[in-house]
Write a protein that binds this ligand. Structure first.
Ligand SMILES: [Zn+2]
Length: 327
């Protein structure tokens, strides 16, 4: 069940060190505090199937000490560090000591302090389960505190139902706070709906994003959850339609490439992805890795370049792009 945390584990060859001369950025990075490692371990114990094969039962904590050498190795200048504080509100942890707003605050604080160590190279995003009763308080706190660029949401981990009007209202209220503070959002949109696709993305666009025109949004994993299948492609179609008919402004929307190219990708999936990337345009695409769950930036650059999802000109542009909140 890969919706639990990140995307499937990638197993690939040794890196050859994809150097990018332009600066560029990794727009999708996670650091893991001690307490979030403990929460993962508790979940793996309670729900063995939820942690995924090949994943450690207690992943090691990670920080700038582990990551900055990898960013340097890839020749990338900057990164967005996305808090995994939403994990404390995972429904599978509901009856544990980890379902605690103080731990959510502490995890977000951890990210804030980490990125403050490299103020010229890192920005951070806070996160929360948007359905938690403390969600709006947490969003308001960081919006006013001001050290972080915006909010990370994970609809699958938080079990958000994009067909539920109450869930959409709650998301809209959260985005109103972001909008008032001109904050950004990184959204893992794909939820647990087996039929996820055009309708879910359209509901999010029309009921949440349309009312928050000051919020720039980065659709994580190309609006999917790793890999590139028909459901994800339908969600992308919904965004392209909303951009075409003016419900969304082009300047407002980005797509990140984290985990979209997996080792088991079929030729058809790569071809579909390539076509969509061309339609979206290189200026709206952001490079990202999903480290520490997945490969390092240099390894990911190598994997993606070898996949041929972008021609050379577009590749150079995408790997040089930096989202506005990183500039
Ligand atoms: Zn991620």
């Amino acid at each position: 069940m890969l919706f639990v945390l990140f995307a499937p584990l990638l197993l690939t060859d040794e890196p050859t060190g994809g150097k990018v001369p332009h600066g560029g950025a990794d727009h999708h990075v996670h650091f893991r505090s001690d307490s979030s490692s403990d929460a993962w371990a508790a979940l793996c114990e309670a729900m063995p199937g939820a942690c995924g094969e090949g994943l450690p039962s207690r992943p090691a904590p990670t920080s700038v000490d582990d990551f900055m050498p990898l960013l340097d190795e890839a020749g990338l200048e900057k990164a967005s560090v996305l808090s995994i504080a939403y994990f404390f509100g995972f429904p599978g942890l509901a009856d544990t000591r980890f379902n605690d707003p103080a731990l959510v605050r502490q995890e977000n604080r951890f990210v804030s302090r980490q990125v403050a160590l490299y103020p010229d190279r890192l920005v951070g995003f806070f996160s929360v389960n948007p359905l938690a009763d403390y969600a709006l308080d947490e969003v308001r706190y960081w919006a006013e505190e001001g050290s972080l660029a915006g909010l990370k949401l994970h609809m699958a981990n938080s079990d958000v139902d994009l067909a539920n009007p109450e869930h959409l209202e709650q998301l809209a209220a959260i985005f109103q706070v972001l909008d008032a503070h001109h904050l950004a959002a990184v959204v893992h949109l794909r939820n647990r709906n087996p039929e996820f696709g055009y309708q879910d993305a359209t509901a999010f666009i029309d009921k949440v994003l349309a009312g928050a025109p000051n919020v720039s949004v980065q659709m994580a994993h190309m609006a999917g959850w790793g890999g590139y299948d028909e459901n994800t492609d339908q969600a992308v179609q919904a965004f392209l339609d909303a951009l075409a008919d003016g419900r969304l402004q082009r300047a407002q929307v980005y797509f990140d490439l984290a985990a979209v190219v997996l080792p088991n990708a079929t030729e058809e999936q790569i071809a579909a992805l390539k076509g969509r990337l061309g339609e979206i345009g290189a200026d709206r695409l952001l490079f990202g890795t999903d480290w520490d769950a997945l490969q390092s930036p240099a390894e990911t650059l190598d994997t993606y370049q070898a996949s041929g999802i972008l021609d050379q000109d577009a590749w150079e542009q995408v790997t040089a792009n930096q989202a506005p909140w990183l500039r």
